[in-house]
Write a protein that binds this ligand. Structure first.
Ligand SMILES: C[S@@+](CC[C@H](N)C(=O)[O-])C[C@H]1O[C@@H](n2cnc3c(N)ncnc32)[C@H](O)[C@@H]1O
Length: 252
């Protein structure tokens, strides 16, 4: 069970406000190219593909084959249908992929939804070719900079949720038990929408986001007020887009 239900309303909200502008993903593109060395023959399994923002980016950037595996029918319905992207029902512990056929696995903001990380790691081991990387985009509670991530700075009570996410240590242990070793860990910046845009979309954002959903009405309104003040301050200094940092963990 995911932490929230990815129903039609959530999927539409996610599509509307959670996809990162493609221009903001340049550092991810470079990092993935370095660790995956993609070619048009590469098959990448996007596990918990959501609305397909990364499946589409990988297809556009590298011309590879993406198997976009996603358990929610509502999220799957949002994934672009086009050559190079195969949309499949499944989850991290039951991947509809034959043994030893994939050249990489990608998991973006999915670890905290997986009920049995050990089983998922074993399943990912089953579908990957030997030496193929698992690439994980995630924030971990045991990493010092987790609380620099957006939208924590305005909604600090979201830590009640993120503090319960799998730690880096737990994640590495689960994957080590399945035969993976840690190959790399780096912080990757991404450029999000501007503060005024975020303020305008805050209510929709809340509906789409696991960690924003746990906020009480009072906490949400207080965070919106902090955001409103930051927007006013930014108006004098220029309304820049926001930079967020997440970890890229690579296991092989
Ligand atoms: C926060 S969204 C991230 C979507 C996408 N990876 C992205 O970064 O845009 C989390 C996704 O994980 C999916 N999910 C939930 N439980 C899962 C599981 N056990 N295995 C794989 N995906 C799962 C949800 O349906 C949802 O689409």
């Amino acid at each position: 069970m995911a932490r929230i239900t990815y129903d039609d309303e959530t999927a539409a909200a996610f599509k509307a406000v959670r996809e990162i502008p493609r221009d903001g993903l340049g550092q991810w593109r470079a990092a993935i190219r370095r660790h995956l060395s993609p070619t048009p023959e590469t098959t990448l399994v996007d596990i918990g593909a959501g609305t397909g923002q990364f499946a589409a980016a990988f297809s556009d950037w590298f011309g590879l084959e993406v198997l976009a595996v996603e358990p929610s029918a509502a999220m799957r319905a949002q994934i672009p249908r086009r050559p190079g992207i195969r949309v499949l029902a499944g989850d991290a512990s039951a991947l509809p992929v034959p043994d030893g056929t994939a050249d990489g696995a990608w998991l973006s903001l999915v670890l905290h939804h997986i009920p049995d990380l050990d089983a998922a790691a074993r399943e990912i081991r089953r579908v990957l070719r030997p030496g193929a990387p698992v690439l994980i985009r995630q924030g971990y509670p045991d990493r010092a900079d987790t609380k620099r991530t957006f939208p924590w700075e305005f909604f600090p009570e979201t830590a009640r949720a993120t503090d319960t996410f799998p730690s880096l240590e737990q994640t590495c242990q689960a994957f080590a038990a399945a035969g993976f070793r840690r190959d790399a860990l780096e912080q990757v910046p991404e450029t999000l929408i501007s503060l005024p845009e975020f303020l305008a979309r805050a209510d929709t954002y809340r509906r789409s986001d696991t960690i924003m959903r746990i906020l009480t009405e009072q906490e949400f309104l207080a965070g919106k007020e902090r955001l409103r003040r930051a927007v006013l301050e930014a108006a004098t200094s220029g309304q820049e887009a926001r930079t967020n940092w997440l970890d890229l963990l690579v296991l092989r």
